[in-house]
Design a binder for this molecule. Structure first.
Ligand code: CP
Length: 307
């Protein structure tokens, strides 16, 4: 039986290649189940999983819930807005109280970097990080890698350029760690104000000219411009960002390669990505969403059935 070397999925920093490979290979089996008329298996029957979302989410939360239900787990959804967190209860107390109700796994999204690591130290249930601050979003990077492997047949040797706000992106960090472990050549591209000055220490190349990045890349993983950060003047205007870094059909057509385009969502159409590229045949954005369910089923299965 395939198994992971860890009890929790907290991040891809330091995760062995074998574990990533195991998750991607297991996801292939679950991807097939999603094509069946009845998309449900009894694998996690009797297990109870709590989705602890302290931050908003559309894709990740829905995807985890679908994955859990398709594995026949009992699912409890917790939303910070409707809980005693509003009355000042700490994360530790909230989690310990929930654990006393005999739950098996917790999926957590939190605005604080390190929240999932903290939780894994104070409760016995398996913990899965669904995004912690600007730190990591491991399941997003795993579904990105799965989708790349599905479209291009490999990850090793591909040049993947991550475009946009690298400084505030947990998706970028998890992708950098995972892709480098799997043998991809990784670069980042964006304005100097949105790229950490020491990013090269993570083993990535840096581009500030999007046309130069596109000329060299096989894959663009385009990040959401975080409109909520507009007030911090990290770039002059959305129009200027689009003109210097927006991914458009005209820009892609200049490349000699057939570039594959990913985006973790939610998309700001015609800001970081033009609508025709988002909906065009180079885009695998909707495949990412579909594959996300299979990848999360694989992770829940591997963690939930390990000794
Ligand atoms: N990609 C992603 O994390 O999307 P959500 O914020 O909607 O979960």
């Amino acid at each position: 039986m395939m198994a992971l070397s860890c009890r929790h999925l907290l991040g891809l920093d330091g995760m062995p290649k074998k574990d990533i490979q195991t998750i991607l290979d297991t996801a292939t089996s679950f991807r097939e189940i999603l094509e069946r008329p009845i998309k449900k298996v009894p694998t996690l029957q009797g297990k109870t999983i709590v989705n602890l979302f302290f931050e908003s989410s559309t894709r990740t939360r829905t995807s985890f819930e679908l994955a859990e239900r398709r594995l026949s787990a009992d699912v409890v959804n917790f939303s910070a807005d409707a809980s005693s967190v509003k009355k000042g209860e700490s994360l530790k107390d909230t989690a310990r109280n929930i654990e006393m109700m005999k739950i098996d796994m917790v999926v957590i999204r939190h605005a604080a970097a390190g929240a999932a690591h903290f939780l894994s130290r104070v409760i016995n249930a398996n913990v899965i990080n669904a995004g912690d601050g600007a730190h990591e979003h491991p399941t997003q990077a795993l579904l990105d890698m799965y989708s790349l492997r599905e479209r291009l047949g490999k990850i090793e040797g591909l040049h993947v350029c991550i475009v946009g706000d690298i400084s505030h992106s947990r998706v970028a960090r998890s992708n950098i760690f995972g892709l480098r472990t799997m043998g991809a050549d990784v670069s980042v591209c964006g304005p100097r104000t949105l790229i950490p000055s020491d990013i090269e220490t993570l083993g990535v190349r840096v581009f500030h000219d999007i046309d130069a990045a596109i000329a060299d890349a096989d894959v663009l993983n385009v990040l959401r411009i975080q409109l909520e950060r507009q007030e911090s003047a990290l770039f002059p205007s959305l129009r200027e960002y689009r003109s210097y870094f927006g991914i458009t059909r005209e820009r892609l057509e200049k490349s000699k390669r057939q570039i594959t385009v990913l985006h973790p969502g939610p998309i700001n159409r015609d800001v970081e990505l033009s609508a025709d590229v988002a909906d065009g045949e180079q885009s695998i954005i909707l495949q990412q969403v579909l594959n996300g369910v299979a990848v999360r089923m694989a992770i829940l299965y591997l963690l939930g059935t390990s000794a």
